[in-house]
Design a protein around this ligand. Structure first.
Ligand SMILES: Cc1cc2nc3c(=O)[nH]c(=O)nc-3n(C[C@H](O)[C@H](O)[C@H](O)COP(=O)(O)OP(=O)(O)OC[C@H]3O[C@@H](n4cnc5c(N)ncnc54)[C@H](O)[C@@H]3O)c2cc1C
Length: 381
């Protein structure tokens, strides 16, 4: 067993870190405060090949694997989690096109995502259906001639207000009682009549990332916008979740590592009772625990990602990575803030932002509780 990354992987890591350090720090606080983002940063990331790295070369991408993607995610996130997610999630959901779309759909939708000419999102969650997707999603797409007519609404959609096209998880098989065979994935261009996106404000963290509520009022799209197989949307969504959960686990590792780096800097500089904070055993134990948990989380991420690259999707390992890393990021940022004392409570200290950003890794792409259910189902049968 070789635990070393290849030279190519170390080069990707270095390039991602250099790009993020050059572009993110000056704007991170502003984007967080104003809940804004500068698309120019995204365009530069796309020019350098950091967007949709896993898209195959024939569709303009670099054809990289999940492990490469996780390396970029961690390095970007260490510098700023909000900007990182705004960039790397810009082609959110395109994995479904690449895996289940027709050749014509791949050629139409994938290349503009890599060049940064287009942004996409995946509209899966309904206002009344997050964890219980199969049972409760009620947005419908009814066939009428050569079109689908879409009605309903979607909640918490990343890039909802930014996207040029959105892959929507909708009920198409209304009469099918089998909750796992009722949904399909349909692409909706956001300039279609009857579509509306409202940007959601007041998020706790990752505030540079756009999140929106969507409404579909008799939105008409051609039947050729169906991506994948009719009635198989749930299976396709689960495929997407497995890939993205691994990426979010890498995001959590990046947040925790950033919290550790900030803490080490702070405790070496700050003094109390005539001694450096770093000299107190209580501080040292926190630093040692954070290092151990980050290392354990990263090993879970690397193994889950490596298996995906070997075409061996291990559901319980992915769920373990996402669940462990999310909880670990929340715990590490809490400890980091505590080590910063009152300063950690201030917006000008990065550790406050990390503390707020960490929580999302326990919520999106399935909550910690749902991940534990996935593991339990796999283990108990
Ligand atoms: C910033 C942000 C971005 C997002 N981006 C997207 C996106 O791009 N696309 C998209 O489709 N969705 C997106 N989401 C939605 C996200 O995936 C859901 O919020 C998440 O899956 C949880 O669903 P919910 O909010 O409906 O919570 P609920 O399902 O209502 O869950 C509430 C609580 O109940 C618990 N719970 C539910 N069922 C069970 C059970 N059976 N056993 C034990 N506990 C249970 C949950 O773990 C949770 O703690 C985003 C959310 C946020 C906040």
């Amino acid at each position: 067993m070789d635990f070393n990354l290849t030279k190519e992987q170390r080069d990707i890591q270095r390039a991602a870190r250099e790009f993020a350090e050059g572009e993110f720090p000056d704007r991170a606080e502003e984007f967080d405060r104003d809940e804004s983002f500068d698309e120019e940063i995204f365009k530069r990331a796309a020019e350098l090949g950091f967007v949709g790295v896993w898209i195959k070369e024939e569709y303009g991408g670099l054809g990289m694997g999940m492990l490469d993607y996780c390396l970029i995610m961690e390095e970007f996130t260490v510098v700023d989690p909000g900007i990182a997610i705004a960039i790397v999630a810009s082609p959110f959901g395109a994995e479904i096109i690449q895996s289940f779309g027709s050749e014509e759909q791949k050629k139409r939708y994938l290349p503009p995502l890599v060049t940064g000419e287009a942004v996409m999102g995946s509209a899966i969650t309904d206002p009344d259906a997050g964890s219980d997707l199969a049972g409760a999603v009620s947005t419908t797409a009814i066939k009428e001639g050569g079109d689908y007519i879409i009605n309903g609404s979607k909640m918490f959609i990343t890039n909802g207000d930014r996207a040029d096209y959105l892959l929507c998880f909708v009920v198409t098989e209304l009469d099918n009682p089998d909750r796992h065979n009722r949904h399909s994935m349909i692409m909706v261009e956001t300039d279609r009549e009857g579509f509306e996106a409202s940007h959601l404000t007041g998020k706790l963290g990752i505030r540079a990332s756009d999140t929106a509520e969507l409404s579909f009022n008799n939105v008409r799209v051609p039947c050729t916008n169906l991506i994948g197989e009719l009635g198989q949307g749930f299976k396709e969504a689960m495929y997407l979740f497995n890939l993205n959960r691994t990426g979010i686990a890498a995001q959590a590792v990046g947040i925790a590592r950033s919290a550790l780096e900030e803490s080490i800097r702070h405790v070496k500089k700050r003094h109390a009772f005539g001694a450096s904070l770093a000299s107190f055993q209580a501080t040292q134990f926190k630093i040692a625990d954070m290092f151990t948990w980050i290392q354990a989380g990263r090993n879970l991420v690397y193994e889950a990602a490596w298996k995906i690259d070997q075409k061996n999707i291990d559901h319980k390992l992915i769920a373990a990575a996402k669940s462990f890393c999310g909880q670990m990021a929340v715990k590490c940022t809490d400890m980091a803030l505590q080590m910063h004392g009152g300063y950690g409570y201030l917006a000008e200290y990065k550790v406050q932002r990390l503390y707020r950003d960490a929580k999302i890794t326990e919520i999106y792409e399935a909550t910690t509780e749902i991940e534990k259910l996935v593991m339990a189902r796999n283990l108990l049968g």
